[in-house]
Design a binder for this molecule. Structure first.
Ligand SMILES: [Zn+2]
Ligand SMILES: [Zn+2]
Length: 347
């Protein structure tokens, strides 16, 4: 089979790999949809930036793609029928750890004390027709959800969902979501579905218009307006109850911290980089809580899928581009511009 590998410096290739066969505790998933995530761009662009993601050194050639969704095609000899059977529609929780430490046992295998495999980064991912994973990484895909929806939930949308859970978002809250890329737009969509009032921020007019379609109540372009002042103006001077930075940019993070009301909570979910804050005014004087959120547990991935199915949320609308694997070079060129929406490979 052929799989997409990143060569660095915005180059990729479709390389030949042997079709995987399952070990005793593995399954092979026939991939139907494999999403493109913002963090893939860091590996696509490569350079020193990848080190700041803290996922260890990337050694190639590794098949990219960490939003896997498909159908179980082969099951290892030691895998119980209740865990996986051929033909089941599945997502993959795209990490695997030791299986026995506290983090692994609670579904947070990305935090494994022994270090974890990150599929699509340090283990072969889903930008290929077949993907071998341990059977315990599978998460059932509800019948109502498309494979593309399952792919989105497998990283971007799931990450947004977990961040909103970390924030204890309530229907009465006003949330400012900074950055309307795939994770930010998902946060806007999910937060609106949870009943919150959403203020969406992005420097791209196209992305702001999409945020409106996804349920944003108010739109702010920080290039055109003072974002903190604009959020305060929309909240009777108080600031948003909670804020979520998905941009990963220092300026975006500062807006999140400064536009949160007294006793409020700011959550940082955008990867990499740094930020410098003026601790007393930005944090202490307003009793601010700042939390970090990194993806989601296997349990929360299942919760997110159920929420999306029950509320009939149109996650698939996130995808502005649908590609074949053979079009990978063009797909990443388009995604790299970060002006359009999210892309997905349909296989
Ligand atoms: Zn991701
Ligand atoms: Zn572990």
């Amino acid at each position: 089979m052929r799989g997409v590998t990143f060569l660095g410096d915005r180059k990729l290739q479709l390389a030949e790999f042997p079709d995987p066969a399952p070990g005793p505790h593995d399954v092979v998933v026939a991939i139907k949809a494999s999403g493109m995530c913002g963090s893939d761009l860091k590996f696509y662009r490569a350079g020193g930036e990848t080190a700041s993601l803290g996922l260890g050194k990337v050694s190639g050639p590794i098949i990219a793609g960490h939003e896997p969704c498909g159908v179980v095609a082969a099951v290892g000899s030691a895998v119980d029928d209740g865990i996986a059977r051929v033909g089941a529609r599945v997502m993959v929780h795209h990490y695997s750890g030791c299986g026995t430490c506290r983090h692994c046992q609670t579904g947070w295998s990305q935090m494994c004390v022994e270090g974890s495999t990150v599929y699509g980064v340090t283990g072969h991912g889903a930008h290929a027709p077949l993907m071998k994973v341990p059977a315990h990484t599978l998460v059932a895909l509800p019948d109502e959800l498309s494979f593309a929806t399952g792919a989105a939930i497998s990283c971007g949308t799931g990450t947004a969902y977990q961040a909103l859970r970390r924030l204890n978002l309530a229907g009465g809250d006003t949330i400012a979501v900074i950055g309307q890329g795939p994770v930010g737009l998902s946060a806007t969509q999910l937060a609106a579905a949870m009943g919150a009032r959403v203020i969406a921020l992005d420097v791209g007019g196209e992305r702001l218009q999409r945020a409106k379609e996804f349920g944003a109540d108010a739109l702010i372009d920080p290039n055109a307006d003072d974002a903190v002042a604009a959020i305060k103006a929309l909240t009777r001077g108080a600031g948003a109850d909670v804020t979520l930075d998905t941009s990963g940019a220092a300026a975006g993070r500062l807006v999140a911290l400064r536009a949160t009301r007294a006793w409020g909570t700011a959550c940082l979910v955008g990867e990499g980089g740094n930020v410098t804050i003026d601790v007393s005014p930005d944090m202490l004087r307003k009793q601010l809580t700042v939390i970090g959120s990194w993806t989601f547990s296997k349990v929360v991935q299942a919760d997110c899928a159920r929420f999306v199915a029950d509320r009939k949320i149109d996650v698939e609308h996130l995808f502005t581009h649908r590609w074949r694997l053979a079009e990978a070079a063009e797909a990443y060129r388009v995604f790299d511009r970060q002006t359009a929406g999210k892309g997905v490979f349909l296989i």
